[in-house]
Structure formats: C-alpha cells, structure tokens
Design a protein around this ligand. Structure first.
Ligand code: ADP
Ligand code: MG
Length: 336
C-alpha cells in the first residue's frame, strides 16, 4: 500500500475538536477563548525505547500515553495530536493494531489525531500533543518551596523490573536470576508496555501543587529537574519510595535491586509533585477525585552548598532519618 493509503486507512478520523484535521497542508485548532495551548513532543525509537517486535497495539498506546503524560504533568487537558511516523514498510498487519492501540487511547482522552507525516525508514514514532490550560494554571517545575511535601502518584519501579526481565530473557540469562511469579510479571509488563497517563490527576492538582513533573527517566532524575528549576534541595525517605513498587516482595525474592528500579528505573509515567503541608487534605482529595493513589515520599529542603555527589541537592534517608548513600543515576541518552 502507498503512503496516502496508509494515512487514509489507518490515521484519518473525524475530528470534531479541530477546525481542520488530516488531509490539508496544516491542521487548524481553535483554542477556547482565553485558553493557553500546552505543547509537548516525545519520540519513540525502535531499539532504543522499545524492542522492534513489541506488540504494535501496545506500542500505539504507549506512543500516545508518554505524550499525554507530559500534558498531565502540566495540568493541561488533551485536545489533539500529530503523528510523525517512519516505517520500514507499509505493513497492514502491523499498522492495523498500531492504529487501534493508538486511537483507542486517543478516544479515551478525547484527544484527536489531526495530522502528521509518514515516511519510509527505521521504525520511529514521534507524537506532538496539544492541550489547553487556563492562563497561569499550568503546573510547572519551578515552584517548589522549602518545607513542601513531595508526592508520587501510583506505583514506581515495576516497569523497570519488567524491562530488566525482558532484557535478561533476550540475552538468555534468566537462569542467573530468580523470576517473578507470572501474575506479577504480567502486571509489571503492562506497566512497561501500556503505561497510564495521569491526566485526571494533573487536572485535579491545578491550584494545589507548587511544582510537578512526570516520571519518565527515573524518579531521582525527574525530581532533580524540579529541584534545579526551583533552586531547592530535597530529602527522600527510601522506605516510603520502595513501598511504591507493587511487585517489591517478589522482586526482592528474585534478587532484584528494588530501590534502584524505584529511584532510577524510568518508564513509570507517574507524576512527582510538591505541595505545601497545608495542602495535604486537598492533595488527598485530588487523588480521590481522579481515582489515583498519591504517596508522600519526602520533603523539599533549602538549597545546600555542598556539591559532593551525583545528585547534590538530593538526600536519601531511611525511616529513622539516617542518610542512605545515593548511588543511583537516572536514564540519560547521552551519558557515557
Ligand atoms: P505535506 O506533504 O503537505 O506535508 P503530506 O502529504 O505529508 O502533507 O500529508 C498529507 C496529510 O496527511 C496532511 O494533512 C498530514 O498532516 C496528514 N498525515 C500524514 N501522515 C500522517 C500520519 N501518520 N497521521 C496522521 N496524519 C498524517
Ligand atoms: Mg509531508
């Protein structure tokens, strides 16, 4: 099939939100009066972000979910997205489930596919999402204050557990480690392959939080961005953080480094955010309203002057407040 058949058959849909969708040189969006447009892009590269033989339906879901997660982190309501797609070949047996997974999530969030680009090349999926947010209401990374609580939504580390399992399986080294019970593994794999964007929570947190980011590259790294943009430091209780891994018990039994996966694993697509202690009830209510668990895992500190280790502004402590060495680094595509 040709380029335009691919677009017509798999990526053209009615777009009531947009003034003009797929088929012209540009799509047209009409923002609601007075609203700001939130924009974010995320690219998924075969062999880098996913295995080439990943279930295309899950891949379609994930490609949009990771972008919706950025809107969630800003407290923006999804409106529309574009899809730039490089494909090795126009294979309907791959395209049909890919577009099904993609468009099912798009429908669930009323986020319309309004355009894109389709080209031959190594499999690469780049989505740009557009959302709306009232002026001054976007959640930013820059507002965390000393004394604020630090929260994380949902669960952390299970996606990384699944990734490590899949990598070992591919290397044929499963026997070196214990394996997870199959129901835990299935759950962890779903976290990796079909992440949940916390859009409803992001919307519910407008006006409550002082700073927010989504956890895509690992908690310490993404919280680190908040600390840097806010000019503050933080203390994380490692026991509270470890309690966020749902498969922690079986992971430990299998010899996994639970803390490493929780703090630095990545692929979680949860929200990490800060709020003043006076907002504790409001944060809990926002979690309930959006049907999302939120867990307090630490607090924001005044910036310190010591720049000794990898995360100079981030201290880890155990339940008694005793410092725990921080040997964890989040994912960085260009780190040596
Ligand atoms: P142009 O050459 O003007 O950039 P194209 O011929 O590449 O436009 O695309 C034709 C139309 O199809 C445009 O409206 C474009 O936005 C849309 N389109 C192309 N690829 C995709 C895709 N993967 N998903 C959705 N829309 C697409
Ligand atoms: Mg084009």
């Amino acid at each position: 099939m040709g380029e335009f058949d691919v677009i017509k058959q798999f990526f053209t849909r009615p777009t009531p939100n947009a003034v003009l969708g797929v088929g012209d040189d540009c799509a047209l969006l009409q923002p609601a009066p007075g609203m700001q447009i939130a924009i974010s892009s995320d690219m998924l590269v075969s062999g880098r972000h996913f295995f080439a033989d990943t279930d295309p339906c899950a891949l379609g879901h994930k490609a949009l979910a990771v972008n919706l997660s950025d809107l969630a982190a800003c407290g923006a309501r999804p409106l529309a997205f574009t899809l730039a797609l490089a494909l090795p070949q126009a294979d309907p047996l791959w395209l049909a489930p890919f577009s099904k997974g993609l468009l099912a999530l798009a429908d669930a969030h009323a986020c319309e596919l309004i355009g894109g680009d389709t080209t031959q090349g190594p499999l690469n999926i780049c989505i740009t999402v557009f959302g709306e947010v009232p002026p001054g209401r976007a959640l930013l990374r820059s507002g965390a204050q000393p004394g604020d609580d630090i929260y994380v939504s949902g669960t952390l580390g299970d996606a990384n557990l699944a990734l490590l399992h899949l990598l070992r399986e591919r290397e044929g080294t499963t026997s070196a480690h214990g394996t997870l019970p199959s129901d835990d593994l299935a759950w962890a794999r779903a976290r990796l392959e079909r992440p949940t964007a916390r859009v409803a929570l992001g919307l519910a947190l407008r006006g409550i939080v002082s700073a927010a980011a989504d956890v895509s590259d690992g908690l310490l790294g993404d919280l680190g961005h908040i600390l840097e943009r806010s000019g503050v430091a933080a203390t994380i209780e490692v026991d509270a953080a470890q309690s966020l891994m749902r498969c922690a018990t079986s992971a430990r039994a299998a010899g996994a480094d639970v803390l490493a996966s929780v703090l630095a694993g990545g692929d979680d697509y949860e929200l990490v955010f800060t709020a003043a202690p006076a907002q504790r009830a409001a944060v809990a209510a926002a979690g309930q309203r959006s049907d999302t668990t939120v867990t307090r895992i630490g607090r924001i500190d005044a910036p310190s002057n010591t720049r000794a280790d990898r995360h100079p502004a981030l201290r880890l402590v155990d339940a008694d407040g005793t410092p725990v060495p921080n040997r964890y680094a989040s994912f960085d595509h260009f780190s040596p």
